[in-house]
Design a protein around this ligand. Sequence first.
Ligand code: D6G
Length: 502
Amino acid sequence: MRDSMLFRRWETFNKGMDRESILRSFASHLEYSLSKDKFTATPHDLYLALSLAARDRMVERWIHTQQTYYRADAKRVYYLSAEYLIGRALVNNLINLGIYDETRAALKQVNLELSDLVEQEPDAGLGNGGLGRLAACFLDSMAALELPAYGYGIRYEFGIFEQVIRHNRQIERPELWLKAGNPWEVARPERAYVVHFYGQTRHLTLPDGRLKVEWVDTQRVIGMAYDYPIDGYGNESVNTLRLWAARASKEFDLEYFHHGNYLKAVEEKNLSENISKVLYPNDTFFEGQELRLKQQYFFVSCSIRDILRRYLVSHRDFAAFPDKAAIQLNDTHPSLAITELMRLLIDEHELSWDVAWDLTVRTFAYTNHTLLAEALERWPVSMLGNLLPRHLEIIYEINRRFLREVAVLHPGDNERLRRVSLIEEGADKHVRMAHLAIVGSHSVNGVSELHTRLLKERELRDFQELLPERFNNKTNGVTQRRWLLAANPALAELITARIGQG
Ligand code: D6G
């Protein structure tokens, strides 16, 4: 047992919400965290010091919130998204902590303008537009509603490009958003998973007659967690956004190094770490590149294993899993999570197919974002099978069982089977990720009334006829704090004056 003296709740100035405390902790971070003085502090240092002071005020609540979830064995919501357009954090966090005005006043006392410091923060452009912004809004909203929620995604080193306008033209520059350090993330090297790619499967019969599948001869990459606190407006809840960064499983090939081939020695490291390097610059067009498929599997594999690990802290078997975890897929990008959960339950935890499938469907829900054919993900069977051979087998088995059920309901209707199949037949076969997401989830939603209606009447009509209870609508919203309170304080004041805070 660790000495509880060490983990006592120290009464320090790092928690006070008044002007004086904020100023003291700001000055203290400038000196002790950043080693700067009045001659050397840059505007960016001032931003960093203030952010660290704000973060201090979130940390105790963060620890406490997470402990409460464990203690209560709460049902958690897990939001899986390839994108989070979270933008700048400082103002949002000051507002949510309720210290925006005090902080501005504190800085005034030392002749600093809060707005100047805010401008120093790079944009966390880990998304392209609507889909990524929706994910960020959900995190904000779930914290405000005090729901035990987690976001899972990728810590892209390069997010959406930085826009520069020159001679009336847009110039796109790489966004090096992490170059000067990020005060809002906490590295968690102890939360790391080995992710496998390529290789082949081996089907074995165990001495007791059971079948076992092993995935062997794989290439490995490590996914390491970085945690971002997401604080709730007007309450003490702080949830977590956990983003995965790719690390090489071998830092360095000493063999090559000893023989003087220094570039070769780090080649594998660079290739592995490419996985979390860049955000694909479009969320409405399907490109079909292998690196993108790698990104998707990389982050869902780490996330699903992290979710299972957390569940197993307080459970011995999986019977209660769907009562303790709800996993929401933001579009089809994370839909391999369905096959990854199946693989882990069957191959590693030795559950039967039927039990694993029942748990999986009761756990997953899927948000559809588009009706456009050019945006729908369809991975070539050959590419998916090469990168993830075990997952392709699982997809084929899901499909076989699903089509068997459809055939019972609609005997002889081969045209219907062809339309709903997870596999698009033809010379060049493809896996239809939307079909996988629908079949593997208990809930499918569109993002506006009209969109959902069109899904049901047109694009997904076959599925609506087969599984009507799964379809529902969740209209997208915005966060009022960012788009009203922060962006247009005068309008926010007017509204409050007329109808109050509620
Ligand atoms: C966040 C906050 C930290 C907490 C951790 C729990 O980093 O206080 O300990 O989450 O993470 P898991 O152990 O649930 O993954």
